[in-house]
Structures are given as C-alpha cells and as structure tokens.
Design a protein around this ligand. Structure first.
Ligand code: ATP
Length: 399
C-alpha cells in the first residue's frame, strides 16, 4: 500500500542514541576532551537514549511518560534539534515549535515583548504578522506589566506563559512541550489544555511530556513509556499509562508477609482463598463492574468462629476498602472440626481500571488480632478517564 504525502510521518526516528561522557576525575576529563577532539567514542559514557524508533504522523498526539531521568527530555531535545544524537537518523517535516527548558529560545536581557518578536521571527513570522497578533499573545500570557521587563527577572511560570502564548500565535505543525502544564497555575493549565484540544481537533500534531497521567490520557491518543533511555511500551495512551502506573505502584509496594507461619503455629489462619471460584494464586482479571467473590476455608484452633477480613489495596499499599465478617455481624459456618467457610461477594466492583492487590486476613472471633494474610493480584480491565481508584455513584442534573 502506498503512503500518501499527508500520511507520511512528520517525525521519524530510527535507531536514535544519545550518550554523554562521564568524567568524574581530572584524567577522565582529559580522556573525554581527547575523544571529543578526535571525534572518537567516549571511553566512559552514559547512554541517555538507546535505539529509539518512533514515528509521529500528522494529527497524532503522542505522550512521553517515564520516571525522572528516563530520557524523555533528552528525546524531546533531540527532536527539537537542541541536542545532536550520537547515533541514528531523524527525519522531520513541518514547522516545529518546542517549549522545552524554561526560557529556551528567549533572550534573558530582552523584555517579554521583545522576546515575543524575537521568537516569532525565529519561527518565520514577519514583524507585521506578529504586531497583528500581539494583543492575543499578551492576553494569553497574561503577565501584566512584566511584559516590559527583562525576562531574566521572570519566574519560571511567567516564562512558560510567554512561551506558550508565542506557540499559540505561531500555530506550528508540530508542538513539542516538556512539562509545560506542571509549571503554570491552574487557570493557565486550563487555558493551555483548551488550546491544545482545539489545536488537535484542527489537525495539529502534539508531542507532550508530562508526569500527569491525567493530562496524557486527556490529550494524547498514543503514549511511549521511556525507561532507561529505551522505549519500554508504546501504543494506545490508556493502555500504556495503565501499564506504567501498575509498574510504578508495584515498585513502591511494601513486601507482603506469607501466611505459612500462621498455619504452622496453629493460630487462626486462612486455609484457602478462591477468587470467583478459581485459585487465588493466579489472581483475578475482571472487567470493571463485574462481580467478585472471595471464598474459602479458615482454620480455628479453638473451634470458635473466626473473623475474616477482606481488603483491597492499590499496588503501592494504599488501602481502598476493607470490611470484616465481624463488622457486618456475619458468623462463619462451621464445615468441619476446627474449620469454617467464608463466602464474600462484591456484586458490582466499582474499581477503576488498573492493578490492585486483594488481601484476605484471618482474625480471632472478637476481631482483636490479625493473624494471617493471603494476597492475590486483582486486575480491573476497561477504559475510563475518571480519576481516583473507584467510581462513586453519581449523576449530572439538568438545571
Ligand atoms: N547534558 C548532559 N550531560 C550529561 N548527562 C545528561 C545531560 N542531559 C541529560 N543527562 C542525563 O540523561 C538522563 C536522562 O535525562 P532526561 O532529562 O532526558 O530525563 P527525563 O526523563 O526528562 O527526566 P525528568 O522527568 O526528571 O525530566 C539523566 O540521567 C540525565 O542525568
């Protein structure tokens, strides 16, 4: 199938790599300088980017996500032409406007107003065109009388406001933004998001680096998860942000204890935990809104009915919900000597899509002491841009 010109990628990266020299000692610095002068590879280097292959087509919006130091900003700088890659090939089409490091492209000694003329001229706009748009630019930036002061005295937020305002006037083919939304205040964020939505709906192409998954999901169709300088996942923005959040949560999760010890020492202990009648060991994968049944047997050393507590936590350990048979006044049924059955059901699981951990605990009948814990992975599938961890019943009323 032939690809028409309008379908051809605006940004095409193949095998992009970027290394920085590591020079911690005087000798290392001399070796680095020697390698630079001789155009040889550095003896000791840090690979900020390795083998990046990405394409961005007209009208697409791609979000870059990843932990601090993953390589996102370096990648944006390579695309914007601010940083030269060490290896690979980069092809670009169209007018690019990049809002990278604070103030990049601005002259610190010039006033905000002078910088507007400078930046728009660099983007190919004539002085007359800029004059015609000046009121709109200054209204968007909304920095009052600061506009006639040198920008070296600006706050980081004010510089971003001015930079974004210039981009709105230039209306580039590709807009590259690095954490712009994190710098401005809330009303400015809203204004930028509304502008970006409008820009995208009129065919603009966006590359957005953000730590806010909300912004990525709202503005981007696709996302690339950058990890250790490589693309770890790429595709639908909802899927990639979910994968990233699950990984992030799991990384920060505290270690869970096993219940084997409790079983050995003859205290109240869960003998089994089934999720929807399947072994809890495999965990459960459910669509949002499905029913979840947690059932099994619990050991009672003194043959009194134990308490069972079921809880759901986020992967980082944040509790979401927990309830015990004792709280609900439910008494477990004895099914054998020293053995009781529990059968707990959530008819409609209102957790938002994501990765969770389900916990089952055995307690004494009075629910004074927690003896045992079994954990299972719980994955909730679906697509949603709602925020938080669960859907609360709600409605929008007509006025
Ligand atoms: N000029 C430089 N010289 C040496 N190392 C650099 C340079 N610029 C970036 N790095 C290193 O490259 C790695 C990637 O940095 P980068 O700023 O791209 O990460 P990031 O994903 O944007 O992080 P953050 O979310 O914190 O902005 C980091 O380890 C950083 O220290």
């Amino acid at each position: 199938m032939s690809v028409s010109a309008s379908d051809a990628a605006l940004i095409s990266l193949s095998g992009i790599g970027k290394s920085y020299p590591i020079a911690n000692s005087a000798a290392g610095r001399i070796r680095t300088l020697y390698a630079l002068l001789r155009r040889r590879p550095f003896a000791e280097r840090y690979d900020a980017l390795t083998d990046i292959n990405l394409e961005v087509r007209p009208g697409e919006s791609l979000g870059l996500i990843g932990v601090n130091g993953a390589g996102k900003s370096t990648l944006l700088k390579v695309i914007a032409g601010v940083v030269k890659p060490t290896s690979g090939e980069i092809k670009l089409r169209g007018r690019i406007s990049a809002l990278l490091e604070l103030g990049a492209g601005f002259h610190p000694e010039y006033t905000g107003r002078q910088n507007v003329f400078l930046a728009t001229a660099l983007m190919g706009m004539s002085e007359q065109e800029t004059r015609a748009q000046l009121d709109g630019i200054l209204a968007f930036a909304d920095i009052g009388e600061h506009v006639d002061q040198p920008i070296k005295h600006y706050s980081s937020g004010m510089i971003v406001r001015l930079g974004f305002a210039v981009a709105t006037a230039v209306r580039p083919d590709i807009l590259i933004t690095d954490e712009v939304l994190a710098v401005g205040d809330e009303s400015f964020q809203r204004k930028c998001i509304a502008w970006m939505e409008n820009y995208l709906s009129s065919g603009g192409t966006l590359l957005l680096c953000a730590h806010s998954m909300f912004h990525i999901q709202k503005l981007c169709q696709k996302a690339a998860w950058i990890h250790d300088g490589r693309v770890r996942a790429y595709g639908d923005a909802h899927r990639v942000t979910r994968e990233y959040l699950a990984w992030h949560d799991a990384r920060n999760a505290p270690k869970v204890q096993s219940h084997a010890q409790a079983l050995k020492s003859g205290v109240y202990a869960l003998l089994s935990m089934l999720l929807n009648d399947q072994s809890g060991q495999e965990g459960a994968i459910l669509p949002m809104g499905a029913s979840l049944r947690v059932s099994g047997r619990v050991f009672s050393p003194d043959d009194r009915a134990p308490t069972v507590l079921v809880g759901i936590v986020r992967k980082d350990g944040m509790p979401i919900y927990g309830v015990s048979s004792e709280m609900d006044g439910h008494v477990l049924v004895r099914v054998a000597p020293n053995e009781f059955a529990y059968d707990f059901e959530i008819p409609e699981l209102s957790l938002l899509p994501g990765e969770y951990t389900l916990k089952g605990h055995a307690l004494d009948p009075e629910a004074y002491r927690l003896f045992d814990e079994i954990t299972a992975d719980l994955t909730v599938l679906g697509e949603s841009r709602e925020m938080g961890v669960c859907r609360l019943p709600h409605r929008w009323n007509a006025i």
